[in-house]
Structures are given as structure tokens and as C-alpha cells.
Design a protein around this ligand. Structure first.
Ligand code: PMP
Ligand code: GLN
Length: 387
């Protein structure tokens, strides 16, 4: 019988595809999957066209084309005062998704425990399972969704190998503070752990909240793999150009796995992202400012519904609790929403092992045009949303 391998048992299909298909099928306003509806800088797209026409169409070197690795190193220097060797401390990946996969597969042995924040990004548990690892979530809890340092300390055991962090955090919108990061660093150093930190929303923070890369804390460079992606910073999510940075030894582990996943990432998009990082980086400052306005627009509208709302400090997303509308289950709410209101949102319960903590959480994306958000809100306000 043809069927799937046991490794896929218990790993549900990604909710983002399910909900985007539902939005298409029902003609709903898609406030679910996190992708902008306006493309990134035209000059960057032109650079990709030039690369496609200019013969940049054969395999890139395994760690990425040299000009992109150099541009990533300059980016880390410009924003975070880091001094990276582009030859040994940067690996280009096929989106941060491959970065997560390569880091987990390259660093986690069967039986190793991986401590991660929940609600988690859905590729993390899948990759931990592929590696044969064991996930140990720490819950970011409503209403503040801050890191519980005591829970973190209690969750790390002698079997913990990796802490898998995400800040700015999808889906809560929490931007970890320097104090919270210091607690992670203290523990990682004390227990001799590696930290893989997914920082794809590094430039998308609001109200003066600043993203601090964990690797900049004292003693952390040598034990941190930092992941990011051009998808979020340049509104080019479909390009799947990401990168891992860190000390040579950890990059060897990432590359050791990456070479068997994709071998190398797509060539012609890499020089275009090098250009973006060097020449068009004002784009993400303007994007953050415009996202903050759209966050305010969405949150004002959601706040007028009978839901508990967390105003996010960063990312594309606002998280709500729908229990006051009478729903016992956020997934049921999201499945009813297209018919009730013609809107799609993402249930966050699948991102939590703690059923109680995740059951009523629903995520809304504001990386959409203002008129799309306005139409979504108009529909929500016109509908009967009670269970
Ligand atoms: N990590 C997080 C937290 C994300 O939200 C996403 C989705 N964009 C990714 C990783 C995947 O990034 P990419 O599209 O570059 O693979
Ligand atoms: N990261 C985006 C989100 O959280 C979507 C990525 C995906 O669809 N896998 O919605």
C-alpha cells in the first residue's frame, strides 16, 4: 500500500495552506497567512531580472553567492555592530524555513530535548520530530505573553541540547527584552547549550521596541545560530531567500544538513537580495512604520469586537482570545468565520502543547493593504460572531 512514512504521523498539514485555500474557495478577506499583498522594492525585482538574463542561472556555491554573504555580513555590522567573516560565518538558506530545518537536523540528535517558546511556529515541531528530538515548550501566556524565566529554568534538563527561540515572536507579537534575553543567555552558558534564534521579523518592530539579537549578548556569539530572511524584511516572501549566521563550527553543522536538503539555494535571487541589503535597506524602516499604522487600524477594529486583544510589539500579527464571544474553541471560530463574515484568520491552538493556553487564541495578519483590512473589519462588524 502506498502511504506516508510514520515520521509524518502526528504532524498535521500546515494550517497556513489550509486557511489560504479556504479564503480562496470562499472569496474571503485573507487575514490569515502572513504575506503582504504589495511586493517589495521594484529595484530589487529589476536586479533579479538582470541576474536571470545575465547568466546567473547555474548552481550557487553551497553557502551562497559571495556577494550576498558579504552583504549579509555588512548588514550585521551596520545594525548590530557585529564583525562576521562572510566565508565561514554566513550560510544562505532557502528561506528561514530551510534555516530552521538545517539547524535542527544539524544540531539535534535523537532523544535530545529542544526547549522552545509556545505558541510556536509550526515548522519547529515538525523539524524537531524529523530529527528524533523531543520538544519542551515554555508557554508565553495571555495577557502579556512574556517569557516566564522560572518556567524556562525548570524546563531545561540534562537532556536539553538546544533552545529554539523566536523574537520578534510569531504569533504573539512579543519582542523579547534585553533582560529576557539575558536570562536565556545565562542559562545557555550555565548549561552549555546551543541557541537557534529565528529573527525573521528583526526589522518589523513598533512603538520604539528594538530587536536585540541574542548573539550580541556577552558569551553568546559562540553558541548561537541566528536565522533571518529577506521575505519579511523586503516583502518578498515567495523568494525564499534566508540566511543563518554564527560561528564557523555551528555554520558547519547548518551547512552539513543544508547540503542534503537543497544542496544550494536559487542563484539569480541572491545578487538581488545582496543589492537590497546594501542599497535598499530604508525599505524596512518605512515598512515598519506603515505596518505600525496598519496594526493600529486592525487593533482598533478588533478591539471594538468582544475579544481580548494583545497589541503586538512587532511582526505581522495580532493575537486575540475569542472566548468572550462564547467560543470554546478558536479553530471552530476560524472554520465558521468565512461563512459568517467572509474573513479568514488563523487558529493558534495547533501551535501549543498546552491545550488550555492555546484553545481560544486566534491570529490576525495586518501585513495587508489598508483597504483590505478595512473591508475585513467592515465584514467582521456586520456579522454575528457569537458562538
Ligand atoms: N519563522 C517565522 C517565525 C515565520 O513567521 C516564518 C514565516 N514567514 C518563517 C520562519 C519562514 O520564513 P521563510 O518564508 O523565509 O522560509
Ligand atoms: N510565516 C507566515 C505565517 O506565519 C506564513 C508562512 C507559511 O505559510 N508557512 O503566516
Amino acid at each position: 500500500m502506498v502511504g506516508h512514512a510514520k515520521r509524518l504521523d502526528g504532524i498535521p498539514p500546515t494550517i497556513f495552506s489550509e486557511m489560504s485555500a479556504l479564503a480562496l474557495r470562499t472569496g474571503s478577506v485573507n487575514l490569515g497567512q502572513g504575506f503582504p499583498d504589495v511586493d517589495g522594492p521594484p529595484g530589487v525585482v529589476e536586479q533579479a531580472v538582470a541576474a536571470l538574463r545575465g547568466g546567473r542561472n547555474q548552481y550557487a556555491p553551497g553557502p551562497g553567492v559571495p556577494e550576498l554573504r558579504a552583504a549579509i555580513a555588512r548588514h550585521q555590522g551596520r545594525h548590530y555592530d557585529l564583525d562576521l567573516d562572510p566565508d565561514s560565518e554566513v550560510v544562505v538558506t532557502t528561506g528561514a524555513t530551510e534555516g530552521v530545518a538545517a539547524a535542527v537536523l544539524g544540531l539535534v540528535d535523537p532523544g535530545d530535548e529542544v526547549v522552545l517558546l509556545e505558541p510556536y511556529y509550526d515548522s519547529y515541531p515538525a523539524m524537531i520530530a524529523f530529527a528524533g528530538g523531543v520538544r519542551r515548550p515554555i508557554t508565553l501566556r495571555a495577557p502579556d505573553f512574556r517569557l516566564d524565566v522560572t518556567a524556562l529554568q525548570a524546563t531545561v534538563t540534562d537532556r536539553t541540547r538546544v533552545i529554539l527561540l523566536n523574537t520578534p515572536h510569531n504569533p504573539t507579537g512579543t519582542v523579547l527584552t534585553r533582560e529576557e534575553l539575558q536570562a536565556v543567555a545565562d542559562l545557555a552558558i550555565e548549561r552549555d547549550l546551543v541557541v537557534v534564534t529565528d529573527e525573521v521579523y528583526e526589522h518589523l518592530t513598533f512603538d520604539g521596541h528594538r530587536h536585540v539579537p541574542l548573539c550580541t549578548l556577552p558569551g553568546m556569539w559562540e553558541r548561537t545560530v541566528t536565522l533571518s530572511s529577506a521575505g519579511k524584511s523586503f516583502s518578498l516572501t515567495g523568494w525564499k531567500v534566508g540566511w543563518a549566521t554564527g560561528p564557523a563550527q555551528l555554520m558547519e553543522a547548518v551547512l552539513g544538513a543544508k547540503q542534503w536538503l537543497s544542496f544550494t539555494s536559487g542563484s539569480p535571487l541572491q545578487p538581488a537580495i545582496a543589492h537590497a541589503l546594501d542599497e535598499e535597506w530604508h525599505f524596512y524602516d518605512e515598512l515598519a512604520a506603515s505596518l505600525q499604522q496598519r496594526r493600529d487600524q486592525l487593533c482598533a477594529g478588533l478591539g471594538a469586537l468582544d475579544v481580548d486583544l494583545r497589541v503586538p510589539e512587532g511582526t505581522y500579527f495580532a493575537l486575540t482570545d475569542v472566548s468572550r464571544l462564547g467560543w470554546r474553541d478558536g479553530r471552530d471560530f476560524c472554520l465558521a468565520l468565512p461563512e459568517r463574515a467572509g474573513v479568514v484568520a488563523i487558529p493558534a491552538q495547533g501551535f501549543c502543547d498546552d491545550r488550555e493556553a492555546g484553545q481560544h487564541l486566534v491570529r490576525w495578519a495586518f501585513c495587508k493593504e489598508t483597504d483590505v483590512i478595512a473591508e475585513g473589519l467592515r465584514r467582521l462588524h456586520a456579522a454575528d460572531l457569537r458562538a
